[in-house]
Design a binder for this molecule. Structure first.
Ligand SMILES: [Zn+2]
Length: 866
């Protein structure tokens, strides 16, 4: 163990064990039960203590604390290899780096790295905390690593370096264990925890590997994308209870192209051996090439193939948290590429049904951990040589491809967000270069401070999908037998540049310019220049909102421009001259936002800004990930908010407490609790059966009538459309997949930037639209004057990236409307302007609503509305 603060624990453990014997305790001896025993979960504290003990007692194991988790629990990484290998980790890493990025290396370097390197293999557990087996299996895996003396283990230790992440979400282990133990032995045993098991993002914690909003993702990315870049990575998960017993690599169709082909072959190769070992051990029900499509999301196991890492997943059937589950044979069913629950090539031993226990999962996960290591150990030189081949061939493809590089111009709508994107690209371990001087390329002029990302590098595949336009395949793999589209596993695009609203130009020839590699991160530095009337902050910058929130907290005098004036434009923030210089200096340092001089008197063209009281609706039933992400986003930009639950809403008189209330994307049924019949069958404890009912709906309507602003995201708008009397309908409600289909796509929109809810946005933007999103149409009549269209889909070629069917259902219709009601407003955002805190390009549609302001801006009223 190498971190202060845990030394005491380790010392105590040594003494305790040394007094008896130096023997390594088995999990059963240490925890008092076998891993995966019915109704027994080792806690994270106990697991950490066990790993500390192994660290001390085994010379095959080195435990490190990477840092604190979101809620302050230790996040561990464990290195496992032979004692001889562990003392030369730096050498192993040096050789590994040569193979994974051979640019500038000599043939002799490569030869040495193949001959003397070790296969680096990362495996992770416990990312999804209600999938309880993983963190338990990891303890048994570690015991086997520490104590097995057979030839296969010796070979593994000699030839491979395993990097084990025993939990990718320690906080969730704590949350789920506490909840499970509270209800075990009652009728609510096995029910899921009421809140998100990651403080902010719950199950979406494997959607964050490319944006890395959470610390856990940053730790994982540091290991996988920068420090090590292993040859293989496996993330061990659980799935539903009623199909195969364990899914093993490779993925089902379709795959996302542009990775090196060997990476897919490796997944099939490792997966075949895992499956072979399963049936050898008579652990039935293993399947490969099914269920999980190779076109997934950009969590770790789905993005790693584009890093030339065999990025894999195992998914075991779930029990009921730590309680056994009886599965009747009639309940067993097929899945993607398993059309019937019957034997097939990739599924030769269907499990017959019966009791299913966490122990069954642990046995399979332990086997799935070691089987691929056997293959890697036996074929060390081949695996290493092909690590080199994959990297080299991706470089060559990039050098010769249609797109040779992506240029990120200095000229951007929001340059600070562009720099954030550059940092996210760097966090993938991608090489980025910066132009010192202006240059011209393919007829375009790029200013100093533009960035160039060459495709002639090993991570070409990652670059392609993060920065290049993406079209989800539409073929027989993505349509069912009736021809209806099948929903992608997650998003149909993960284009970082489009999500962030950053302009990126693909270029077809190598960029000839004075370029300097950027090694660490980009840190913008703002400037300060005071004018006679104070300062102007550019309202187009997302970080201007962070700056304003800091200034509001410091009590600085603030106004917002409602129309353009001399030296500012509508939506800019105006800071009075009396603000403390020290406050300004701090804000500039933190945000990088320029404080530009304000010379003219802005009073007539602006309104005062006051801190808004924001209520953020939260519910039980496992929590709502969109709520958690939104909460994360508010904190990231320093918006003060109050989380409110059903009781707060039902209590009414909401205007006394709030100016703005946010309803994150959620069904009406989940919010109101009405018509929900699963309370009994899912055995949710009564105190956690949420829903604000009619009283809550009435309170929210009264809140708007009395001057409040209610913000709804996507399907949350259903509550307003059904229950409030508003002259708006959802134009895509009830349409079949063939009539309208946009599963996680970026769509082109026009924005009315003269409206205060859309200030600072570009007039042409991209919206991230998910299944369940809404599209708005005003119902004609006298009251339609109360509806302002803020964002409208373009009239043709709506799709930027992803998948869109039935364009005519959405073309020219509204994506966002502000609906006046009484003296308040409902802001209905039909897409996901803050999706997973990834869509920086549309954050301002939320932020503006949280800034307050007069209801109809003068410019819009003068133009007769829109
Ligand atoms: Zn999972």
């Amino acid at each position: 163990m190498r971190a202060l603060g845990f030394v005491v624990v380790v010392a105590a453990t040594i003494l305790g064990d040394a007094a008896v014997a130096q023997e390594i305790p088995s999990p059963e001896e240490f925890f008092g039960h076998e891993m995966g025993a019915d109704r027994q979960l080792a806690s994270w504290d106990q697991l950490v203590e066990y790993y500390d003990t192994l660290d001390v007692l085994s010379d095959r194991i080195v435990v490190e604390v990477v840092g604190p988790s979101t809620l302050g629990n230790p996040f561990l990484v464990i290195f496992v290899s032979s004692p001889e290998n562990l003392v030369q980790l730096d050498e192993i890493r040096r050789r590994n780096a040569i193979l994974q990025d051979p640019r500038g290396r000599s043939p002799a370097d490569v030869q040495d790295a193949v001959a003397n390197g070790r296969v680096v293999f990362v495996q992770a557990y416990g990312l999804h905390s209600t999938e309880v087996a993983g963190s338990q299996s990891a303890a048994e895996v570690m015991y086997d690593f520490a104590t097995r003396t057979d030839a296969a283990m010796t070979e593994i230790l000699d030839n491979t370096l395993s990097i084990i992440i025993p939990s990718l979400n320690p906080d969730g282990n704590v949350i789920v264990k506490k909840w499970y133990d509270r209800w075990v032995g009652t009728e609510y045993e096995g029910s899921g925890p009421p809140e998100l098991y990651h403080h902010y993002i719950g199950h979406d914690n494997n959607r964050d590997a490319f944006m890395q909003n959470t610390v856990e993702s940053r730790y994982g990315a540091q290991i996988l994308f920068r420090d090590w870049i292993p040859q293989a990575f496996i993330d061990h998960h659980q799935m539903g209870a009623y199909t195969a017993r364990i899914y093993l690599p490779p993925y089902a169709e379709p795959i996302r192209p542009e990775a090196d082909p060997l990476v897919w072959r490796e997944m099939a190769w490792y997966g075949a051996h895992m499956a072979y070992r399963m049936d050898e051990a008579e652990l039935t029900g293993a399947i490969g090439a099914a269920i999980y499509s190779g076109w997934g999301h950009f969590g770790f196991h789905w993005i790693t193939p584009f890093h030339n890492i065999a990025g894999m997943l195992t998914e075991s059937a779930s029990a009921r948290l730590a309680s056994p589950l009886f599965v009747h044979p009639d309940q067993l069913q097929g899945s993607r590429q398993l059309p019937e629950y019957e034997a097939q090539t990739t599924f030769p031993s269907p499990w017959p049904g019966g009791w299913w226990r966490v122990r069954d999962i642990v046995e399979r996960q332990v086997l799935a951990t070691f089987a691929p290591l056997e293959m890697a150990a036996k074929n060390r030189e081949m695996v290493l040589r092909n690590a080199y081949n994959k990297a080299l061939r991706q470089i060559e493809r990039g050098r010769e491809g249609e797109v040779r590089a992506y240029v990120i111009p200095a000229e951007q709508h929001d340059p600070l967000t562009m720099m954030k994107m550059v940092n996210k690209v760097l966090a993938q371990g991608i090489t980025v270069e910066r132009a010192t001087f202006e240059f011209t390329h393919e007829g375009r002029v790029y200013g100093p401070g533009s960035y160039v990302v060459s495709m002639a590098q090993p991570k070409r595949g990652v670059i392609r999908w993060l920065l290049g336009r993406t079209f989800y395949p539409d073929n027989s793999y993505t349509r069912d037998r009736d021809g209806d589209p099948i929903r992608p596993y997650d998003m149909s695009t993960d284009n970082m540049a489009e999500f962030m609203g950053v302009r990126v130009d693909p270029v077809g020839s190598m960029v000839e310019a004075d370029l300097t590699p950027v090694y660490t991160s980009v840190d913008p530095s703002g400037t300060v220049s005071r004018g006679q009337n104070g300062y102007v902050l550019d309202g187009r910058l997302n970080d201007a909102f962070l700056a304003v929130n800091r200034l509001l907290t410091a009590g600085a005098p603030l106004r917002r421009a409602s129309r353009s004036g001399d030296g500012f434009r509508a939506g800019d923030f105006l800071v009075g001259p009396t603000v403390e210089p020290a406050v300004v200096a701090d804000v500039v340092e933190e945000t990088g936002v320029d404080f530009m001089p304000l010379e003219v008197d802005p009073m007539a063209a602006s309104y005062p800004l006051t801190p808004q009281r924001i209520g953020m609706y939260q519910r039980y039933y496992g929590g709502n990930m969109d709520e958690g992400w939104t909460r994360w986003l508010l904190e990231d930009f320093a918006f003060q908010y109050t989380s409110i639950m059903d009781a707060d809403i039902v209590a009414g008189d909401l205007n006394r407490r709030f100016d703005v209330i946010i309803l994150p994307a959620d069904s009406k049924q989940m919010m109101t609790g009405e018509g929900r019949e699963d309370d009994e069958s899912s055995a949710v404890p009564p105190d956690y059966r949420s829903g604000f009912g009619d009283a809550g709906v009435a309170a929210l309507e009264a809140f708007v009538e009395s001057g409040g602003t209610l913000v709804t995201f996507a399907q949350a708008g259903e509550l307003v459309l059904d229950e409030f009397d508003v002259p708006v309908r959802n134009a895509v409600e009830g349409l079949s997949g063939d009539d309208f289909w946009a599963p996680g796509s970026t769509l082109r929109v026009r924005v009315d930037v003269s409206d205060r809810f859309a200030y600072g946005m570009p007039a042409d933007a991209l919206a991230t639209f998910l299944a369940g999103g809404q599209v708005y149409e005003t119902v004609p009549g006298a009251r339609s004057a109360a509806v302002r269209r803020l964002v409208t889909y373009v009239d043709r070629d709506v799709l930027q990236s992803g998948w869109l069917l039935g364009e005519e259902a959405i073309a020219n219709r509204a994506g966002v409307v502000a609906v006046g009601k009484g003296s308040g407003t409902v802001l209905m955002i039909g897409f996901r302007a803050q999706h997973r805190a990834q869509t920086h390009g549309t954050f301002k549609l939320l932020f503006n609503a949280l800034m307050g302001g007069p209801d109809a801006p003068p410019s819009s009223a003068a133009a007769g509305g829109s």
